[in-house]
Ligand binder design. Structure first.
Ligand code: GLP
Length: 263
């Protein structure tokens, strides 16, 4: 794992956008795994900017989202389908038929999970999966005690996640208590992980995920098992990390990051 600490949220988002853009340019039919949440809004803004100003081409790109609320139709303002259309898909030249999320209105929940895993399998797996970390320590909606080998399934959300995410609903009591999520095992099979974490409220959970023990109590800690994982954060989110000096040295000196330091 590599941890990159940028001075501001804006710079962290730019770096994540540039990493994605580089991979998309080198493989135009990239299979891109996407995440939602407030952290990602800034990043999607930068991807839209790269499309407009530098012709970043999404026409062949396929996308798979990590999760979706159960019981919300795609047109609901709080569904993750709506979020993705609003923040990214409507503003770039992606073919909507190549954008996939679990269907929150599916009648047979188990069949929907199998279908979603099958779709990922049929495109040959995800090349780059973008991840955020929730305050409950989750990636996707893999709440505490999610098996580290879990697959796409329905998950009951924790009170903390409900408290956090329901503030985005006009009527917080309307927030679903269940969601579909890719499993931790599904996520670990992606070829590359890019984790974007910003803000002071994430400092403790980021330290647990990156430097703590690997445990299903903090499913984000499973990223330590992945052979190609880059964590991008900023000073506030990084404040509880122990090895900051080491992480900084790597970013400042490793040739891999030469093109990214001045962003
Ligand atoms: C939701 C998503 C997660 C995301 C988390 C963090 O719970 N299911 O994938 O990481 O939100 O969101 P935010 O960036 O708003 O803190």
């Amino acid at each position: 794992m590599q941890v990159i600490i940028r001075p501001t949220k804006e710079k962290a988002s730019w770096l994540a956008a540039r990493v994605i853009a580089r991979d998309l340019r080198s493989k135009p039919d990239l299979v891109l795994g996407l995440a939602t949440g407030q952290t990602m809004e800034r990043l999607y803004g930068r991807l839209v900017q790269l499309h407009r100003e530098e012709q970043l081409d999404f026409s062949l790109c396929r996308t798979f989202n990590l999760d979706e609320y159960i019981g919300l139709p795609p047109g609901d303002k709080n569904s993750y389908r709506y979020y993705m259309n609003h923040h990214l898909f409507d503003h770039v030249n992606i073919d909507m038929r190549n954008t996939f999320l679990p269907d929150g209105m599916a009648e047979d929940l188990g069949a929907e999970c199998t279908r979603y895993e099958g779709l990922i399998h049929d495109v040959g797996g995800i090349d780059l999966q973008l991840l955020g970390i929730g305050r409950a320590g989750h990636i996707g909606f893999n709440e505490p005690l999610s098996a580290l080998q879990s697959r796409t399934r329905e998950k009951v959300l924790t009170p903390l996640t409900i408290e956090e995410n329901s503030t985005l609903f006009e009527d917080p009591s309307r927030m679903p208590r269940r969601a579909f999520t890719m499993g931790v095992g599904t996520i670990l099979e992606c070829a590359r992980l890019v984790v974007l974490v910003t803000g002071e409220s994430k400092a403790k959970v980021l330290a647990k995920a990156v430097e703590g023990p690997i445990t299903s109590m903090v499913t984000a800690s499973a990223i330590q098992l992945h052979p190609n994982c880059t964590v991008i954060c900023e000073e506030e989110a990084a404040s509880a990390l122990q090895e900051k000096e080491y992480y900084r040295w790597i970013f400042d000196n490793e040739p891999e990051w030469n093109d990214f330091r001045d962003l």
